[in-house]
Write a protein that binds this ligand. Structure first.
Ligand SMILES: Nc1nc2c(ncn2[C@@H]2O[C@H](COP(=O)(O)OP(=O)(O)OP(=O)(O)O)[C@@H](O)[C@H]2O)c(=O)[nH]1
Ligand SMILES: Nc1nc2c(ncn2[C@@H]2O[C@H](COP(=O)(O)OP(=O)(O)OP(=O)(O)O)[C@@H](O)[C@H]2O)c(=O)[nH]1
Ligand SMILES: [Mg+2]
Ligand SMILES: [Mg+2]
Lengths: 291, 279
């Protein structure tokens, strides 16, 4: 359940009767390599390994385990810190209509998530509806309409020249029709596209969503943190969703996004079908990164 | 930078950071740094400009084109291009851009909407092909993609087009049944035109990390990929993972996507890519 490299590093450590800066150098380098190959952010890995080295060399002797085993424990503890300690719930208040804004880079899986999240809410007894707010991507509204019809989830897709106004009107219509979870699908955009980021800021100011979820592709590499920090600056989003984890991507970058912004990962996407969404579990993720 | 200083641990760490943050990956970064240590004796003084020049040259050498992936441009008619890749990388959009490109060089282009799985995939390609002013062979969602591909190759022959570009559904390289579906599509094409498809383009997103290497390996195995299109380079991601892909698999980048408009496609230029890596 761990990669060969992790097993070798742990074996080297377990075999150490005493530890010093020299003999833990190589196994710690192996651990650094595993994390980087899992796309964990460079700076996150660097500071994590520095902590592990510092605490390992400064450790007090515990009688029941060898110093080398203690290094392994320290490594796990530091890794757990960046994974977050608890499952952060996506809370759906029962009596108040709740709006959720879905944002992120192009192709990350936002539109698909809107449908999956609606289905999740419905299974929990809520009445979800989706608002189409992407007027740019060819056939974006059509994509939602088709998926909405196939899954019996209402889609409000009338978009006019004034995106902000028509979105607000769609939300009002959804609320009037008794829907209590209203999920807004926005267009994919670059965090460095000022105009497009301003559009989101304006949308947030006008709609005042209860949740803003940053949707990120599980295969993302080192640039993930940059994206997250920029979205945090402009929108102060409330949660992260990591998609496409049904492949063999480790997802270390998405994890780093959470570690650096302090924002919780709420869901993961594990496929293209309606039910392919799961609540995020940090401990399962640890074995994914190291496995 | 630009003054004489020692090649010390700090400068090597700076280089390691640039390479890894550019998604070049641990192995390739380490071997580049080993080459630096060999060429510049550590703790000797050196002009850091020279160091970075050497670094860029090293990477440029890695990206130089290998003979095995050279193919003649539009050597056959119809020239058939199969477009593949995992979900959301920019396949459909890239096809719109490619069709536009060929159309503008006075070629007769046909596109095939063989993504019969995803909602509005055909509608999306239909809008792009209208912008490019080319014809489309498509069908309903849920049809057999192999049937669409068959029809499109037959149509390409009977209409005597120069280029046929085939869009496929995004798929995880780890899903055996979906990769088998892709192999079947390839067989269907070859049954009608034995040496087709003439190009198989793997679309990779510049934001991707090390998983892109696995994708390249699997798609190469299943469909003999001939080139990569690296999309979304208009973002801040460097796309450095194409370096280990080139080193391990010999697979070259043919084009880059630099935006969401129909003209946002460029021929890959290794020198510009390496400059951008260090900017
Ligand atoms: N395998 C897999 N595919 C997914 C997952 N989530 C989304 N996809 C696929 O990824 C592709 C892109 O999904 P979309 O929902 O269109 O992404 P988007 O973020 O709305 O894209 P833009 O609106 O263009 O920015 C589609 O092929 C989806 O079916 C997932 O968890 N696993
Ligand atoms: N910024 C930017 N966005 C791009 C680029 N290429 C594609 N996109 C966007 O990425 C998103 C996904 O593009 P698609 O063409 O639907 O990707 P796909 O691979 O066909 O997706 P699936 O068929 O669902 O697997 C869309 O929002 C595109 O506009 C690019 O070069 N730059
Ligand atoms: Mg979308
Ligand atoms: Mg597509």
């Amino acid at each position: 359940e761990f990669t060969e490299k992790i097993n070798i590093a742990f074996k080297k450590l377990r075999g150490l009767a005493t530890i010093n800066e020299k003999n833990i150098n190589e196994p710690l380098r192996d651990l650094k390599r595993v994390l980087l190959e899992a796309d964990v952010n460079y700076k996150v890995v660097k500071s994590l390994m520095e902590q592990v080295q510092k605490k390992s060399l400064g450790q007090e002797v515990i009688r029941s385990i060898t110093p080398g085993q203690q290094v392994i424990k320290i490594f796990y503890d530091e890794l757990k810190k960046i994974l977050g300690n608890s499952t952060s719930e996506f809370i759906m208040r029962p009596n108040n209509p709740m709006t959720v804004m879905i944002v992120g880079l192009q192709g990350s899986g936002k539109t698909t998530l809107c449908v999956k999240l609606s289905h999740y809410a419905r299974k929990k007894g809520r009445k979800p509806s989706i608002i189409a707010a992407d007027p740019y991507r060819p056939a974006a509204a059509k994509q939602l309409e088709i998926m909405g019809k196939a899954t019996n989830i209402p889609v409000f897709s009338r978009i006019t020249e004034d995106l902000i106004l028509s979105t607000k009107e769609n939300i009002e219509d959804a609320k009037k029709s008794g829907y209590d979870i209203i999920i807004m699908d926005t267009a994919g955009r670059l965090h460095i596209d000022e105009e497009m980021m301003d559009e989101l800021v304006e949308l947030k100011q006008e709609v005042v969503p209860d949740e803003i979820l940053l949707v990120t592709d599980g295969m993302t590499g080192q640039d993930a943190v940059k994206t997250a920090v920029e979205f945090q600056k402009k929108l102060d989003f409330t949660g992260i969703v990591i998609t496409k984890l049904d492949g063999d991507a480790k997802g270390g970058a998405a994890l780093s996004m959470s570690a650096v912004t302090g924002k919780p990962i709420k869901f993961i996407g594990i496929g293209e079908k309606l039910g392919d969404i799961e609540v995020f579990h940090p401990d399962r993720f640890a074995s994914r990164i190291l496995g | 930078l630009g003054k004489k200083r020692k090649i010390d641990e700090e400068i090597l760490e700076n280089i390691e950071q640039i390479l890894i943050e550019g998604d070049i990956g641990f192995s390739a970064s380490m071997s580049i740094i080993e080459n630096i240590k060999e060429k510049f004796r550590v703790n000797k003084e050196c002009d850091s400009d020279n160091l970075f020049l050497f670094l860029k040259e090293e990477i440029l050498k890695m990206l130089e084109n290998s003979e095995s992936f050279q193919e003649e441009k539009l050597g056959k008619k119809p020239w058939i291009i199969l477009v593949v890749g995992v979900n959301g990388t920019g396949k459909t959009t890239t096809i719109g851009k490619l069709a536009y490109c060929y159309k503008n060089s006075d070629k007769d282009v046909l596109v095939a909407a063989a993504d019969t799985y995803r909602a509005a995939a055909v509608e999306q390609l239909d809008i792009w092909r209208k912008r490019a002013n080319v014809d489309l062979i498509g069908t309903q969602q849920g049809a057999d993609p192999a049937a669409v591909v068959y029809d499109s190759v037959k149509a390409a022959l009977s209409r005597n087009v120069d280029v046929l570009i085939i869009d496929t559904a995004g798929r995880m390289h780890t899903k055996v049944n979906l990769m088998e579906e892709l192999k079947k599509v390839k067989r269907v094409i070859a049954k009608i035109i034995p040496d087709a498809p003439h190009e198989v383009l793997l679309i990779l997103d510049a934001n991707m990390g090390q998983n892109a290497i696995n994708q390249a390996k699997e798609f190469l195995k299943a469909t003999k990929v001939t080139g990569i299109v690296l999309t979304k380079l208009d973002g801040t991601a460097k796309g450095g993972v194409i370096i280990p892909i080139k080193l391990e698999l010999g697979l070259p980048v043919k084009y880059i996507g630099i935006g969401e408009d129909i003209s946002d496609l460029e021929i890959f230029e290794p020198k510009r890519f390496v400059e951008a890596l260090f900017s």
